[in-house]
Design a protein around this ligand. Sequence first.
Ligand code: C2O
Ligand code: CU
Ligand code: CU
Length: 495
Amino acid sequence: MDRRRFLTVSASALATPSLVGTRAAARSVAGQPLPIPPILDASGRADAPLEAIAGAVDFGMGGKAKTLGYSQPYLGPVLRMRRGEIARPVLKNRLDFAVTAHWHGAHVPGAVDGGPQLALAPGKTWAPELEIDQPAATLWYHSHIHGETGPQVYRGLSGMLLIDDPDASNPGLPSTWGIDDIPVIIQDRLFDRDGVLAYGLDMPTMMHGLHGSTILVNGAVQPNASVARGLVRLRLLNASNARVYTLKFNDGRGFHQIASDGGLLPAPLARDALVLAPAERAEIVVDLSDGAAVRLVSLPDTNAAMGGMMRGGMGGMMGGGDSAAPEAITADGAFGVLDLTPDKAAPAGQALAQSLAGGPTPITGDPVRRRQVALQMGPMAMRGSGNPLAINGRAYDMGRIDFDVPRGEVELWEVTSDMMAHPFHVHGTSFTVLSENGKTVPFQQRGTKDVLLVDGSAEILVRFDKPATRETPYMFHCHILEHEDGGMMGQFTVA
Ligand code: C2O
Ligand code: CU
Ligand code: CU
């Protein structure tokens, strides 16, 4: 975002005084049935394009909110693509400003990846061909206009994307859509007293990223999912602009993580809680065969620059950087995300095997070179770039290629974070995490990733198998969307 626009928007402060009112509104509207987005098969073209449209949605928060969506008023259908096939999604822009659809996590060339260079003008249609060759995984898609990704995604331009692999089968894994295989798109939003989505960028918001006090799942306020009385698979997607969730169940029951960003883990991993940073996905299986209703909850977000000191007023009163934390329902400050009511018959044959087939393989081999990626903010960023958000001393410039990566070579990237943890994302690959703050990370725990919450430093192995030209390079950036829009992004080619 340029300085002039930053100054004008910072005048429109967030609707802090009405937060208490909206918390009460959230309480009264919670518990509606969880919307299950329809699946749109992207293998065939003609019938169903994604249409970027404007909507007006009554979230039950006091009035109608102006929203954006892909073929629906808010969010979009779940796109399905199949390994070994060419996916042919079609995007039509029916809005009066440019948008894109970026296939986040897809290993596709820069030319069809939906990054900022592929801004689609009003009235235009884009019909890329995506050669899908990667393991089954839960990905997502969202608009990626430079300087506008935060507000556009906030207003609704995102959706889930599933890659299926017909050759990898895991009989027993819950896979009945909407019954024991549940999409869970988690977002936090700020509503003002009129029930309108508030998006304002004052300096603290730009630095911490926008946090909301109302939790939406699939576009509904803290809803209730009617699910199988048995094993239930949740496809968790953090589609929030900035909030980091620490998810767990309110009755303390454990669960198994079965997949991360890049697809299935080698084996189910027992967990009591799961941290999900912006843009991360995780699939979990929870056993609800006892028939008891349970609530998925999250701890507040403690990730904030200088421990939240930059936030005045409410921030000081409510602790940490999470001045907008939703209403706590437990002593440890956890707030509700999604209720699960196991009142449907479980599909036959459910079982959680000892190991999972068809997951991604780690990137291995001696790295050909090392690269430093320093995610910077505040004084460190200002010193090099004159901008409060930067990478390696430079703020994002669409006209500058930051480096060129030879195709097919293994590189070791050392990513460091400044002032707070940053969810680092890179296009075009799923990487392997070698270490975090000097400690080795076993592949069994992370699988392959395209987003990693870096708090200090991390070493990752990357390899790019598809090309990205100077005209349509790959992006690497912080996925706190206010950081990305503000300049914590760079771009590179692969040839
Ligand atoms: Cu999810 Cu460059 O984005
Ligand atoms: Cu991406
Ligand atoms: Cu960041």
